[in-house]
Design a protein around this ligand. Structure first.
Ligand code: ZN
Length: 351
């Protein structure tokens, strides 16, 4: 089953930008709602999914299904396990998945104080996800790690997240941090300073850092993520092509970008159709940007294979170039160096 590298034999896909909660199966949402007696309208959910063609309705859709998993370790364990199974079915050898742990607490939209009860709950959330990923690895052989995420504007979680990464620093499954959400929100001084502090602590503890930036048009957000926040990787970053100097710098520094072709076309203000020469994924190839391919949220955009198929069949990427993209992903993972070297060998030697 495993090659000499310890990764699944014949499986070469690597995914770096995968939101765990946004990758729940539609069927699982409906089953969990029934199982836990949570009021839920299947048809309205289906309609909301179909209408999620821009960022705001997309983010609103999460509010519909999050109550079926929030504060429920069993449901979260199942979600994580099923994501591993889905990755197996997409010939993924390794993936990093990300989650905003405080949003998976019950009633996390309200005013909470951060006493020890909440801290215990968030540990239950994280541990349930880790258990699901590990059970999935045992059954399917797909390896994975976890990234903690916050959403823009949710300043109240930044200090608890800083505490959380200190708590989990010895756990090799937790490898990085991320900021997602609406990047067009204005930064308050408090949010910016606490974000910089969260990233500073994460780097000092050896975590990898990524940051959603330049998805919705503002190229300055990429520069801020690199220079002020000091992120190692950029989530999306399609606005890069608006600034020649920044493009040249990112190429010279080999900054890794996490591209998501189907979500870019659906959600990004820069996502043009696939036959437009200004499609950001095509521009990434043209300008030799160091990018990898991910699905973002499989509930909305399908799993990884449909995204790879778009690159091959619609954007015209050769098999050889698709292997370059896989190698880019392997080189940009937040795995410990030794594991990363094994993954790179696995991809490049194709054992
Ligand atoms: Zn994302």
């Amino acid at each position: 089953m495993f090659s000499t590298s310890g990764f699944l034999s014949g499986f070469y896909n690597v995914e770096l930008h995968h939101h765990l909660d946004g990758s729940i199966r539609k069927k699982t949402v409906c089953e969990l709602a029934k199982q836990y007696d949570i009021p839920f309208d299947d048809q309205k959910f289906e309609e909301a999914l179909n209408a999620s063609n821009s960022l705001v309705p997309f983010l609103e859709c999460f509010q519909m299904f999050l109550p079926v998993i929030q504060g429920n370790p069993d449901a979260l364990e199942r979600l994580a396990y099923e994501c591993v199974e889905d990755q197996y079915n997409n010939r993924v050898a390794f993936f990093e998945t990300r989650v905003a742990p405080f949003f998976l607490l019950r009633n996390s939209g309200g005013d909470l104080d951060f006493d020890c009860i909440q801290t215990c709950c968030v540990h239950d959330v994280v541990d349930a996800i880790l258990m699901g990923l590990e059970r999935g690895e045992k059954d399917f052989g797909v390896k994975s790690t976890l990234i903690f995420c916050n959403l823009r504007g949710q300043t109240q979680w930044l200090q608890p997240l800083t505490k959380l990464i200190r708590h989990y620093k010895s756990n090799p499954k937790i490898v990085g941090i991320d900021m997602a959400g609406n990047e067009n929100l204005a930064w308050s001084t408090e949010e910016l300073e606490l974000t910089k502090e969260w990233y500073r602590v994460a780097r000092s503890l050896g975590y990898g850092c990524t940051f959603h930036a330049g998805e919705q048009g503002m190229v300055q957000n990429i520069e801020r993520a690199l220079d002020e926040i000091k992120s190692h990787r950029i989530g999306h970053g399609y606005a890069l092509f608006k600034d020649e100097n920044l493009l040249a710098r990112c190429k010279a520094e080999r900054v890794p970008f996490e591209y998501c072709p189907i979500s870019a076309k659906t959600l990004s203000s820069l996502g043009t159709s696939f036959d437009d020469p200004n499609n950001p994924i095509l521009l990434g190839k043209k300008h030799e940007v160091n990018f990898s391919i991910s699905c973002d949220d499989s509930l909305f955009f399908g799993n990884l294979l449909p995204s790879i198929k778009i690159c091959r069949d619609v954007l015209g990427f050769s098999e050889e170039y698709l292997f370059t993209i896989r190698e880019n992903a392997a080189r940009a993972t937040f795995l410990p160096e030794e594991e990363k070297a094994k993954l790179i060998n696995h991809i490049t030697l194709r054992m």
